[in-house]
Design a protein around this ligand. Sequence first.
Ligand SMILES: [Zn+2]
Length: 310
Amino acid sequence: MAGGALLWVLAACEGAPREHGVATGPAGEDAPAETPSATAGTDDVTTELARLAPAERAETPRCEVPALPIPRPRACGRGRPYPRCKWLVPPAPRSEGRYRRWRNTIPEHWWARESTVRFVLAVADAFHEAFPEQVLAIGDLDAPGPRHATHDRGVDVDLYLPGALMVENAGGGRMPSNYEDESPGEVEVLRGRVLALAQLLASCSRGAVRIYYNDAVVRERFLAWYAGQGFPDNPFPEGPMVAHNRLHEFHFHVSVPEDLAPLPFAEGGDALAHPEATILAPPPAASAPHLSSRYRRPGAEGSSRPVAAE
Ligand SMILES: [Zn+2]
């Protein structure tokens, strides 16, 4: 179903404004597939944009948890609630290429509510199926402390698409743009992947998601698509996608409700021997400087003032 899923997730481009010289059909007309050839710089771009053709958009994603062994403590088997019971995102080498761990995230920060971990794994699976060439890096889940204002209730996760989001977090306060040196067609491809990830997050939560992300173009397209999905009312006052501080130019901060419905396993997942594991407390932030990696604005007045991530 890879092709169908891919085409489905990009349906939101329909009727959305096309920027950077990529042609637009009349309002309401399905025309994105043939538009990039005049401006795209490479055959690769043309090929990927051709995958956005409107014909097969109807298929919705499966939203199943891949059949991977998922560590959890014995308390889960005894029916204990969060936070006695948390699930751990399986180590990236066990994910069969579906995701990586973000470079500043430690394994102790990969625990969360069962329903949140199921959701993250299902979205990662569907995204990888649609975009096997695009790395998805999973950052912090539960990571209370100076690094975040949130990430303390089992419902938050940070997601990264290296090379595809607005900017890169290159370290040392450098945040180079991923778009300014790219052709208009390539920018469309990159934004298409970002939009696709947002759509999967919304679909696999039945709309019960809030994403902090700052690209106004993606946000406009996403919100237009979201409004047409028939989801129940969004449970977050800010709605499903909203801009936040500039840290949210290089990652999605994703939140779901505590009572998010647990997604089902793909075939075989229930029968796996899921390893028993102890929830390990993260080391104190002071003992590991990268754990308090508040961003410092380069060259700005008051540059020593940190900006906390959500
Ligand atoms: Zn976050």
